[in-house]
Design a protein around this ligand. Sequence first.
Ligand SMILES: C[S@@+](CC[C@H](N)C(=O)[O-])C[C@H]1O[C@@H](n2cnc3c(N)ncnc32)[C@H](O)[C@@H]1O
Length: 207
Amino acid sequence: MMRLLQERASYNDVSLKKVTLARMNALAIPLADESVDTVVANGVLHLISNPEKVIKEIWRVLKRGGAYLCLDDRPGQNVTTPFDNSHYFEIVNYLYQEYWKIINQKGITPQKYSWKFDRNVTCDQIFQSKTEKIIERNQPYEISLDEGFLPRLMGKGFSDQVSIPNDIHQESVEKVLNQAKEKFGVDFGKVTFKGIEDNLIVTIFIK
Ligand SMILES: C[S@@+](CC[C@H](N)C(=O)[O-])C[C@H]1O[C@@H](n2cnc3c(N)ncnc32)[C@H](O)[C@@H]1O
């Protein structure tokens, strides 16, 4: 993630002399109360063992009037994206389940993610106001599992609930792909899927 941040900064012409990159735990942010203007946390809350605690931490470090911007998976949100290949979810679910089966066999047992947690209910109780902005996309896209899905299985740093050593991760992904190749006769790492990107909703909570 740190390397990705560096790459993105240089891609967007942001000088790293003006930016401090730091790795920290969202459950205990090592920053003073009311010291931050804006917090952006996208796609994180649903991976955290105690999301309410993270929201309280965000509120604590924000200055009065500061903003918390988030764009993430909503619990209970329906996935309506029409895929050209109707087997996409079946395959992704298969790879995902088999991957975790292998990881479990190695004695690593992650907790379930907090899918039932409702971010808006908690934030509405803590923050004073909110607005929503829609980023219109509705664009067709094409992506291979290799580019889009498999990297998301990366256990190390994936969530605060599980840490999987890199060698075990690599070995498990390879095993799952071989298994899938035997079962379906297809090398899924290389398969490309088409879809339409949904609009994105950014919620901005104000302290
Ligand atoms: C799905 S990624 C989203 C990354 C990025 N925000 C983006 O939109 O591309 C989830 C990120 O949450 C981070 N994460 C999980 N638990 C965390 C915690 N307790 N504290 C800080 N970050 C955490 C993971 O390391 C991972 O980088």
